[in-house]
Write a protein that binds this ligand. Sequence first.
Ligand code: GLN
Length: 541
Amino acid sequence: MSKVKYIFVTGGVTSSLGKGIISASLGKLLQARGYSVTIQKFDPYINIDPGTLNPYEHGECYVTDDGAETDLDLGHYERFLGIPTSQDNNVTTGRIYYNVIQKEREGEFLGKTVQVVPHITDEIKNNIYKLGETGKFDIVITELGGCVGDIESLPFIEAVRQARLELGPTNCISIHLTLVPYLKTAGELKTKPTQHSVKELLEAGIQPDILVCRSEYSLSTEIRKKLALFCNVPFNSVIESLDAETIYDVPILMRKEKLDERVLAKFKQSYKREPKIDAWKEFLGRLKNPTSQVRIGLVGKYVELKDAYKSIAEAFVHAGAVNECNVMLEWIHAEEVEEGNTKKLFGELDAILVAPGFGERGIEGKIATVKYARENKVPFFGICLGMQVAVIEFARNVLTLKKANSTEMDPKTKHPVIDIMEDQKNIKEMGGTMRLGAYDCNIKKGTKAYNVYGHAKISERHRHRYEFNNEYLEQYQNAGMIASGTNPDTGLVEIMEIQDHPWFVGSQYHPELKSTVVNPHPLFVKFVKAAINYRREKESN
Ligand code: GLN
């Protein structure tokens, strides 16, 4: 393609319609036709990034290779497209204003009054075009967070209006995702909310090219005609999006509705080829036809909100499919666990994962969880804080350093087996200051970790301030807990594992962030396998 094509995805009527999944599914189909695609998300809130947001507010904070703390939709983009995103793929109102104010301080506006139009909208457009200008993509999909009509969304909608003019109709299209609700008492689907939402967009100067309609029931020809007529879109550009059994069905459903064909027709592109989605379909086949089943406990402190562990849950879906195994996650609140109830809570489980997290709440419950898994030889996986608590538990109960702790929980602990990183000690600002993003790790041969990855050099993503304290390493290794992965430049411990245990691994990094449909993460794949084996053995005894 000579020129980059832009697709804008807006949402109307209500939030939570799944713009992220629709964007990722469309991206997947276009990619499967041979185009190189990236997806970007604009978030209309004032925070510079979601890094400082409580998981209860915003769900998981997704970290990219370049160390950006981003919206969890970027996780969907990566899981669907299988290519990394970066800071440029997630921009908030806060970041836009921050950039503009910085430019103002540097005198870049030459004495002019700085205004929402044109300065803020120009900055938004710069961030749209920036991805196109990398030369890496044929198509850039930009998802606008929030709903049309929100006060916060206005500058973004205005920027899209301007971009449409600048780019011209064959280089740029607008997709509006809306809700067509079913009214039980009337016994019919209602188009009015969609009509209103499109009107709102029209008032802002944008005529959507395609409507994607979320609905519980199939849209009849009559309803489609009505939507087309009142919303001023061609009949074949009214796309239905029914509730799906899994988010991974959505690309297939969008293919059936010909969303990708409508988009390419608007761009006046002849189809490069039919979409190649065999690997995707094979994944779905395995996902939906499991031959075994395991129950895995996920112990964390934000379990009320499943979105707080989105990437972990999805990594289990990918790993389950590879193993043709139905992975049932049991969400367990860390604060509920005590040494006295571990048998009751975990006795029926086939494996246990202790989740990442921050702060003291629930920490003793997590330590009791690790003790149970270690002593009863239940497959165990600890991620980030989960690895750190595994280290603390081992210190207290095997090395008999009774007061061992992380300085995050007890700054004055006698045995700081987990300690703040040297270069973190003087940091005062909260946002974007952790050890973030991709770092290399070397894996020792002959370890569980080596067996998992099958090679020695890996790179994984991080988000933490504390780390294993190497002053204790010898004691640990002598007692059977070894550092099987370390950073080649700094010597920081990346993976700890217990040798005399069927599967006990803790990673300082977040492997869940790199698991995709086509490339499930080997740590999750092997962990699920260990759970299957554990269950089989239990059943045969
Ligand atoms: N709170 C721990 C740290 O900052 C672990 C962070 C995490 O689990 N992501 O090191």
